[in-house]
Design a protein around this ligand. Structure first.
Ligand SMILES: [Zn+2]
Length: 240
């Protein structure tokens, strides 16, 4: 009698659901597995932004069965999702090594990623630059954010990429009908106060935020450090 070797049993992954805070899209996902965690760690160690991004993209795609469109959702949603995925897969604890502002000594600070907040209530995608003229913006996606990395976040290029439309009492001016150069010329004719209104939109783009408060273990000086943006919370191993 021949015995055929049996395959090892299939271990099914838990199915989890969350709602993205900005787009309100419901996403079903599973935690990442060890080989995916290893790939993320390797990417992190490479310190190469493209490698990190590509790896995250692949992991998110497999963990959501392709339902989360990486380049289509606002970065705020992507950051929030990735944080929840990390918590579901590895747990919420992270350790930071932070030098004291007074004496320079390193402090090891533990925190829970569950405390990281993303404020989506104060998003201001519509700004009026005069009583009659306004601009509607869309929130940046990862593609917009990558383009902006190469320049200033308030640059004309960045703003142009985020415009949905411009309007006044009579008309709506669709962005697709105007080139970046035409938009540049238009924006360069605005005054300082009007440009400041546009900055209200840029400042309202939601990001991950957490303030770490601690006393230095060496000199006891009170410290407060604002961590902002996903890169601060990109930690894939369970002990660091
Ligand atoms: Zn100190």
């Amino acid at each position: 009698m021949t015995t055929t070797k049996k395959k090892l049993p299939t271990v099914s992954a838990p199915v989890m659901v969350l709602t993205l805070p900005v787009s309100k899209q419901k996403i079903k996902y599973r935690p990442f597995v060890i080989k995916e965690q290893k790939a993320l760690l390797l990417a992190q160690e490479s310190k190469d932004a493209d490698t990190v991004l590509e790896t995250i993209k692949e992991v998110i795609s497999s963990c959501t069965n392709g339902t989360l469109k990486f380049t289509k959702v606002p970065t705020a949603d992507l950051a929030y999702f990735f944080l929840q995925l990390r918590i579901a897969s590895v747990g919420p604890e992270v350790k930071f090594s932070i030098p004291c502002m007074e004496c320079g000594a390193d402090n090891i600070i533990n925190m829970s990623l569950n405390d990281v907040k993303i404020d989506t209530k104060n998003v201001k995608t519509e700004v009026k630059i005069t009583d009659t003229v306004g601009i509607k913006f869309k929130l940046p996606t990862i593609d917009d954010a990558l383009d902006a990395d190469e320049s200033d976040s308030k640059s004309v290029k960045m703003l142009y990429s985020l415009i949905d439309c411009i309007y006044d009492e009579d008309s709506v001016y669709q962005k697709s009908d105007y080139t970046e150069d035409e938009f540049r010329e238009w924006i360069e004719n605005l005054n300082d106060a009007q440009v400041a209104r546009i900055a209200e939109f840029v400042d309202s783009i939601p990001t991950l935020k957490h303030t770490l408060k601690f006393n230095c273990g060496t000199c006891n000086a009170e410290q407060s450090r604002l961590l902002e943006g996903l890169h601060n919370f990109f930690r894939f191993d369970s002990n660091s």
